[in-house]
Design a protein around this ligand. Structure first.
Ligand code: HMG
Ligand code: MG
Length: 301
């Protein structure tokens, strides 16, 4: 069994997590969370998104957040940008990477970004061209890679096709999203087998939501397959506003505990990550979803 020696964790809590928390978080509190995460050693932090505030009010203050972060040079502060309007807003506040987001499901694409898969790819092209001019890397998301809340099963071949399109457009990394958390390890392996024929493994990330409690098992299957970039959200924040019932992303603390147990390096300070998770959970007035976080908190209380 060949597991990677190092895993890059992409911390998506401030974006994917907070976009689906009912409570609006102030600019100052988001900035404090992002700074704590940077201090814990996360090298890539998805810090906001430049989407319609009517669709996702939780992200409406992303511009101010980007402006107010006391930045660390080694940290990539990234943002979601669905169209040129979003891209220009992200560039104006000095986002270090942008992400475009498509789907392997037609229905989800319509519900999430109000256009077909084909139209979305066409919309992304000017973003790719502009990002090239600005020398900004672009991350490409594919949602619904293991199932869709509206269509059910999604074929691995369709996922591979969309992922390949994003790669050919110039995305530096493709993140494969189990948006509703329905996947199981065997499905993950089948999907990665199809996608890795079109996209090199070192350009793939996995992005699991934990709705059915399968995220860690799915991550383990992905590691065994050779994937070494994992998206996760501190405290297991969030979900997806266009995927009813989807729970949060897999909790970063749980992923770190798994990776530490496998002797896989991450360069992240576990205790500082725990503290950041407690900070945001206390602000939201809820218990962290992460079992690891709960267990450690019980020990210090
Ligand atoms: P639309 O309505 O089709 O766009 O929305 P439009 O161009 O017709 O514009 C309509 C209005 O939106 C206009 O305002 C625009 O100015 C405004 P109005 O004239 O009505 O006042 N608008 C914007 N405002 C701010 N920033 C922008 C922007 N663009 C248009 N960039 C759009 C299309 C994509 C914008 C819309 O559908 C939208 O914002 N959707 C939100 C999608 C979203 O954020 N989803 C959650 C993130 S994806 C996710 O979580 C999945 C992921 O985690 C992976 C996984 O788990 O699978 C990545
Ligand atoms: Mg997500």
């Amino acid at each position: 069994m060949h597991l990677p020696k190092f895993v890059k964790i992409v911390e998506v809590g401030p974006r994917d997590g907070l976009q689906n928390e009912a409570q609006l978080i102030s600019v100052a509190d988001k900035v404090a969370l992002i700074e704590q995460l940077a201090d814990a050693g996360f090298a890539e932090i998805e810090s906001g998104s430049f989407v319609s505030p009517k669709w996702v009010p939780q992200m409406a203050n992303s511009g101010e957040v980007f402006e107010q972060i006391n930045r660390q040079a080694k940290v990539c502060y990234s943002a979601l940008t669905p169209n040129m309007q979003g891209f220009e807003a992200a560039v104006s506040v000095n986002a270090k990477q942008v992400a475009i987001f498509g789907a392997a499901s037609e229905s989800f694409s319509q519900k999430n970004i109000n256009c077909s898969i084909e139209e979305s790819l066409a919309r992304f092209k000017p973003i790719m061209a502009a990002a090239k001019k600005h020398n900004l890397p672009v991350r490409g998301y594919v949602s619904c890679v293991l199932g869709c809340p509206y269509e059910g099963d999604i074929s691995a071949e369709k996922v591979a096709e969309v992922a390949e399109q994003l790669l050919l457009m110039g995305c530096a990394e493709i993140s494969l999203g189990d948006t509703v958390g329905v996947g199981t390890p065997e499905k993950v392996t089948k999907m990665l087998t199809a996608v890795s024929k079109k996209v090199p493994l070192n350009k793939l990330a996995v992005h699991f939501h934990d709705t059915y409690g399968q995220a860690l098992a799915n991550i383990y299957a992905s590691l065994q397959f050779g994937v070494s970039t994992i998206d996760s959200a501190i405290a297991g924040l969030g979900g997806c506003p266009y995927a009813k019932g989807a729970s949060g992303n897999v909790a970063t603390e749980d992923v770190l505990y798994l990776l530490n147990g496998l002797n896989i390096q991450t360069n992240i300070n576990f205790n500082k990550a725990l503290t950041a998770g407690w900070f945001i959970s206390d602000l939201l007035g809820k218990k962290p979803v992460s079992k690891v976080s709960q267990a450690f908190r019980a020990q210090v209380q």
